[in-house]
Design a binder for this molecule. Structure first.
Ligand code: GSH
Length: 218
């Protein structure tokens, strides 16, 4: 009844993790960014830009991770993973869902330059340096703002699921030790049973071939 279309270590991990937090039973259909499995007419009928995540949910088909996160929180309100409209923390919560994609898009552009360009094409050192600086600035701003155990003062929420996915991937491009509060927060999230279950189902990633991608020499 619930099927997640997923690429290991991709944004679809947000939905995988949230479904585990919600205690839902679901199947996973695995894809790779490195082949044409997301360019078939069948997949494009589910996801217009040929991207993951897609969630098939009791007959409905949803794409865009931020929308899916929100729809799941609305579908299972008893889990209390999103502040209700009109509540004090609603604005902070929605901001963080959007901010997660600010980070996600920086990572996507770094991936395009540093991971997916094939010779003879070469990444622009200037563009990579700029993207890297923007990623560090986006994380530093969160480092300065994070005061409690989670993004929202009231506790764990779907905003953590959305944002932390990007923080985890930033390790391929920046030194995460520069963000000690975010590191402590991130360690706390990794200890959650639902996160551990989600990681176990994530699959073998075939995106990154290096542990770290330094900025190329200009
Ligand atoms: N804003 C979209 C972005 C989705 C997206 O770009 N997903 C990537 C994986 S992280 C993808 O499917 N890329 C395949 C491609 O670009 O061909 C979301 O949050 O769902």
């Amino acid at each position: 009844m619930i099927t997640l279309h997923h690429v290991p270590l991709a944004r679809s991990f947000r939905v995988l993790w949230l479904l585990e937090e919600l205690g839902q039973e679901f199947d996973i259909r695995y894809y790779s960014i490195r082949d044409v499995s997301m360019r078939t007419p069948e997949f494009l009928a589910l996801s217009p830009a040929g991207r993951v995540p897609v969630l098939e949910h009791h007959g409905a088909v949803w794409f865009e991770s931020g929308a899916i996160v929100q729809l799941l929180c609305e579908t299972y309100p008893e889990a209390g993973l999103a502040p209700k409209p009109g509540s004090v923390e609603r604005a902070r919560y929605l901001e963080m869902l959007g901010y997660a994609e600010t980070v996600g898009c920086l990572l996507e552009n770094l991936n395009l330059n540093q991971v997916f360009l094939r010779p003879p094409a070469k990444p622009s050192a200037v563009v990579v340096k700029l993207l890297n600086a923007r990623l560090r600035a986006a994380l530093a701003a969160m480092e300065a703002r994070l005061e409690g155990r989670y993004l929202l003062a009231s506790g764990f929420s779907a905003a953590d699921v959305a944002f932390a996915y990007g923080f985890e991937l930033a390790r391929y491009y920046v030194d995460l030790d520069a963000y000690p509060r975010l590191m402590t927060y991130w360690t706390r999230l990794q200890e959650r049973p639902a996160y551990i279950r989600a990681r176990a189902r994530d699959g073998q990633q075939d995106i990154y071939t290096q542990e770290f991608y330094p900025v190329p020499e200009v």
